[in-house]
Design a binder for this molecule. Structure first.
Ligand code: GDP
Ligand code: MG
Length: 441
């Protein structure tokens, strides 16, 4: 895919705003990427439409092509859609014993995921977990859970041959209450495809257990089918979230987007292997990158944006070398500082600033101070900004009042500016010989 996109993007080298045509061309390729990643057609169509509105008219970042930028927009929108109100990596297990119902097609990874989640709750939250297999269809399914339980040190409900799933669910509930368990997990049977018998069985279990969480386990390698599976289970049983398994494989994860779009239910966990630790909370950005299959382009665009900031800094440095540093420069500095998360970031960008930075830090400055300082600079006239020496008493009063602040605070700003300007001058005199340049690297 990257190759194909690359070809299209190479032809799009125009700079400036993203034109309708740029966006269209790039989106056509993105649409194919989505379909190749097994995103269902209607979902892909809706998604592209949403992106189209966002992309048109955005200005193009220098040094990346419009096509690449569209991909970035698509990526961000994917993350946005996928993330939703998604999982923080915990399950609702208040009010013990809390029932958790695991549903899904056969072979999707229900039993494995049940054990993985049990282990996680036990280790991370210190919960006492009971697991029960309700799979009376597949031979040895119950033993499978029992073996996993022994392996991870989590109790399983004793196996009673001949019991039906509803009876097992009731017994699990009783046992969980009597045994002082925080959680009991019900691992249901699956069919190869959805059928009425399966749904009735799961429904009956749900009615008995009244689960706090109903997790639909879906094989991340199944593409389009995942949508109807999710639709059916959610419509009939009502799910609280999805677990996407086999994301360690070659699958592109397009199912995630489709299921999210169709059910609106969050993807809570991702299975990454057969081992009991191979599960993690869902990270939208990782799956988004995977669906597009082009994390490299996304990071390229991000780097380009950084470069632009670096170019701005370099321009500023040139001014400093000439001994110029006015309130406009100061304002830019303050804005940069806020963006980069305070003094540390600024010191990284402006060498030799340690002393001023320390003073600022010691005086207990934070971002709100930066904001006020920017407000004061904004309330100066153009002339004043370019020539800070103009700032005498009456002007100061007007400026402070304009920003809704005290003259005292304006004085601090002016003092800080003077110190910075001094330093710039000194550094400028040291010449282009390199100290600045070196520090810029
Ligand atoms: P169930 O029929 O839904 O209970 O599915 P199982 O839990 O028995 O899993 C079926 C197979 O898929 C087993 O061999 C598991 O080890 C394997 N499996 C489950 N989850 C994952 C995963 O996230 N990655 C990989 N690679 N294999 C998995
Ligand atoms: Mg199973």
């Amino acid at each position: 895919l990257s190759d194909r996109l690359g070809g299209v993007f190479d032809r799009l080298t125009k700079q400036g705003a993203l034109s309708e045509d740029d966006v269209k061309t790039a989106l056509r390729e993105v649409r194919i990427a989505l379909l190749e990643a097994d995103v269902s057609l209607p979902v892909a169509r809706d998604f592209i439409k949403a992106v189209q509105d966002k992309a048109s008219g955005q200005s193009v970042t220098k040094s990346v092509t419009p096509g690449q930028q569209v991909v970035k927009i698509v990526h961000d929108e994917l993350v946005h859609v996928l993330a939703g109100d998604g999982g923080d990596g915990t399950l609702k297990i208040d009010n013990p014993p809390a029932p958790i119902l695991m549903v899904g097609l056969q072979g999707s990874g229900k039993t494995t995921t049940t054990a993985k989640l049990a282990k996680r709750m036990k280790e991370r939250e210190g919960k006492k977990v009971l697991m029960a297999s309700l799979d009376v269809n597949r031979p040895a399914a119950m033993e499978q859970l029992q073996i996993l339980g022994a392996q991870i040190g989590v109790d399983t409900l004793p196996i009673v041959k001949g019991e039906d799933p509803v009876a097992i669910a009731k017994r699990a509930k009783t046992q969980a209450s009597l045994g002082g368990y925080d959680v009991y997990m019900l691992d249901t049977a699956g069919r190869l495809s959805i059928d009425e018998e399966l749904m009735q069985q799961v429904e009956a279990v749900r009615n008995v257990a009244n689960p706090r969480e109903t997790l639909l386990v879906v094989d991340g390698l199944t593409g389009q089918d995942a949508v109807s599976t999710a639709e059916n289970f959610d419509g009939r049983i009502g799910i609280s979230g999805v677990v996407l398994t086999r994301m360690d494989g070659d699958g592109r994860g397009g199912a995630a987007l489709s299921m999210r779009a169709v059910t609106g239910k969050p993807i809570r966990f991702v299975g990454l292997g057969e081992k009991m630790d191979a599960i993690e909370e869902f990270h939208a950005d990782r799956v988004a990158g995977r669906i597009l299959g082009m994390g490299d382009i996304v990071s390229l665009v991000e780097k380009a944006q950084e470069t632009i900031e670096a170019e701005q800094a370099e321009r500023m440095m040139k001014r400093f070398q000439k001994g110029r540093f006015n309130m406009n420069d100061m304002k830019m500095q303050l804005e940069q500082m806020m963006k980069m998360g305070g003094m540390e970031g600024m010191m990284g960008m402006m060498p030799g600033m340690k002393k001023a930075a320390k003073q600022v830090e010691e005086s207990g400055m934070d971002d709100s101070v930066f904001k006020r300082q920017i407000a004061m600079i904004q309330s100066m006239t153009k002339k004043e900004r370019a020539n800070p020496q103009l700032l005498q008493a009456s002007r100061k009063k007007r400026i402070a009042a304009g920003a809704g602040l005290e003259v005292r605070e304006l004085n601090q700003l002016i003092k800080m500016h003077r110190q910075m300007a001094d330093m710039m001058k000194k550094m400028g005199k040291m010449g282009k010989g390199g100290m600045l340049k070196q520090a810029m690297k």
